[in-house]
Design a protein around this ligand. Structure first.
Ligand SMILES: C[S@@+](CC[C@H](N)C(=O)[O-])C[C@H]1O[C@@H](n2cnc3c(N)ncnc32)[C@H](O)[C@@H]1O
Length: 263
């Protein structure tokens, strides 16, 4: 298959949490283990923004009620429109993601279940098959792409608006456009919402190597991709997107880990 015309830029994503006990940064793929001769890697600085004080929701007529892991929330106005627009199938993701059950995402088998970090750290993503990156002669044997980080994409200022509507919602988003060279204004930087519409977003269950004892090694990283996803996964919807790439061989049963800051 002809490779899609994207330019990879390493780094990217920062996640912004809105709950005091759950806010974290999802920095990106700082493992620096992946290399791709066809793509330029550009490191970026993750940033974090926490919700300040609760404010009145923005004006608007649209309303939508969303059920997430932490309960039901009603969003109104522009926030409702944004949230309603998400459809995971446009990126070849599943409508919903069951726990403790094998699923196939972008042609590979995965399971989301309690993380090896322990129950109090929630779920993690495990491979259900070997993903061989290099053989004994260090030749790459398979494609590096695992799956995208999928969720509604909107500007940071709208993300902040959503957080103000539901300060109690424990949520996070990946920041796009944070790579060196990005010219977007701070409030125009786009985020990919990992929740509340988290359906199918398997990437949002990947845990961080940060703070692990003994120290875990990352086996994947998130990258920003200029260009649409492969045709079979819905190239018309997104002009660009974020992918999870494998950075070293993963064996069946391994949990995925990447490097990002969280607190
Ligand atoms: C993107 S989520 C990862 C999936 C998460 N385990 C879950 O069930 O939703 C990030 C959250 O997972 C937890 N987490 C991620 N990496 C961790 C680590 N190295 N140690 C402890 N908790 C971690 C933290 O609660 C963090 O806020």
């Amino acid at each position: 298959m002809t490779p899609p015309p994207y330019v990879l830029s390493q780094g990217v994503l920062a996640a912004i949490g809105n709950a005091p006990s759950h806010a974290f940064i999802v920095g990106i793929g700082a493992s620096h283990e992946a290399s791709n001769p066809h793509h330029e890697a550009r490191p970026c600085l993750p940033s974090v923004r926490q919700r300040s004080k609760a404010q009145r929701p923005s004006e608007g007529h649209a309303r939508t009620i969303v059920e997430g892991r932490w309960g039901m929330c009603e969003f109104i106005g522009k926030c409702a429109n944004i949230i309603q627009s998400w459809n995971p199938t446009v990126l070849g993701l599943l409508d919903s993601l069951p726990y403790d059950e094998e699923v196939v995402v972008w042609g590979r088998r995965w399971i989301v279940k309690t993380s090896t970090l322990g129950e109090r750290h929630g779920y993690g993503v495990y491979a259900c098959e070997d993903i061989i990156v290099e053989d004994s002669t260090s030749c790459r044997r398979e494609g590096l792409t695992l799956f995208p980080y999928g969720g509604p994409i909107y500007k940071r200022r709208h993300w902040n608006m959503i957080l103000r509507q539901h300060p109690e919602w424990k949520t996070f988003a990946l920041e796009m456009d944070t790579f060196a060279g990005s010219t977007r204004r701070h409030s125009d930087v786009r985020v990919i919402d990992g929740d509340p519409i988290r359906s199918g977003n398997i990437a949002s269950f990947i845990n961080s190597t940060v703070g692990t004892r003994p120290k875990h090694r990352a086996n994947c990283e998130w990258v920003f991709v200029e260009g649409p996803p492969p045709a079979s996964y819905g190239e018309t919807y997104h002009e660009d997107h974020c992918l999870v790439l494998v950075t070293r061989t993963i064996r069946s049963g391994d949990e995925l880990f990447t490097h990002y800051e969280w607190n």
